[in-house]
Design a protein around this ligand. Structure first.
Ligand SMILES: Nc1ncnc2c1ncn2[C@@H]1O[C@H](COP(=O)(O)OP(=O)(O)OP(=O)(O)O)[C@@H](O)[C@H]1O
Ligand SMILES: [Mg+2]
Length: 233
């Protein structure tokens, strides 16, 4: 049988990211990393080491100060804002460290929202959103607003929303942070299923047992990749 070809869907090449707030903060110093299509990687590292910055660059939310970030063949470092918006809208699903749910919309409306930009009909959007909320165990909370949900329930709505447009690449920034073990396990089951289905997953976590769901653990420290560990089953 033929060996599987490596097929990088995400590539960071000598990426540096600084923030200038009077003094310069170097969030990423020099990061090179590739993710093959269908791969599952976890990013671990101390607080402030650049994990969220890395995810934000892959998700097209920000551009690098130096270096290239290629997602699905497009170099986001030279892309226009509208090209980056396309990547955000179709290629990547982003589960944020802070959930960014729309406070006035119900759970089902929040999950259905990204589908508006994808041209789905209202009925189809609602049906898809209800299915996803069922997948994350929220069948009985579809009409609640974020303020009427617990932190873990909000987290699950945010995950359902990220998955609504069936993105190829799923970026999750501490998806199991601040939630109970059972809910965390359910979220990891969902990510594992998506990996099985062929999606590419990049996950940030502080927890070793969560990181071990991935095939590789990328250890980041002070804005550089310290080492890449292969997870053995
Ligand atoms: N918008 C910003 N403006 C200025 N500095 C920033 C900005 N975003 C991040 N930083 C700084 O860049 C560094 C890396 O931040 P980042 O959010 O990537 O860390 P992290 O590894 O995700 O940490 P945590 O585990 O606490 O979430 C930090 O020192 C942070 O203060
Ligand atoms: Mg972070």
């Amino acid at each position: 049988m033929a060996q599987p070809q490596s097929d990088p869907v995400v590539a960071l090449s000598n990426v540096r990211k600084t923030y200038d707030l009077g003094g310069v903060v170097e969030a990423l110093a020099d990061v090179s990393l590739t993710l093959d299509r269908g791969s599952y990687a976890a990013v671990m590292g101390p607080s402030g080491s650049g994990k969220s910055t890395l995810l934000n660059l892959v998700g097209g939310l920000d551009t690098p100060t130096e270096g290239a970030v290629t997602v699905g063949g497009r170099d986001l470092s030279t892309a226009t804002e509208s090209e980056r918006a396309t990547v955000r809208g179709s290629d990547v699903g982003f589960v944020f460290q802070t959930f960014n749910l729309m406070p006035r919309l119900t759970a089902v409306e929040n999950v259905a929202l990204p589908l508006v930009f994808d041209g789905w009909s209202r009925t189809d959007r609602r049906e898809r959103a209800r299915e996803l909320l069922a997948d994350v165990g929220l069948t009985d909370r579809t009409d609640h607003r974020p303020s009427e949900l617990s932190g873990g329930q909000r987290q699950r709505v945010a995950i359902a929303r990220a998955l609504a447009p069936t993105p190829q690449i799923i970026l999750a920034d501490e998806p199991t942070g601040n939630i109970d073990t059972e809910t965390g396990d359910r979220i990891m089951d969902l990510l594992d299923d998506l990996h099985e289905a062929g999606n590419t997953i990049l996950l940030v976590t502080h927890e070793r047992h969560i990181a071990e769901h991935a095939d590789r653990i990328v250890h980041v420290r002070d804005g550089v990749v310290e080492r890449i560990e292969t997870v053995t089953a």
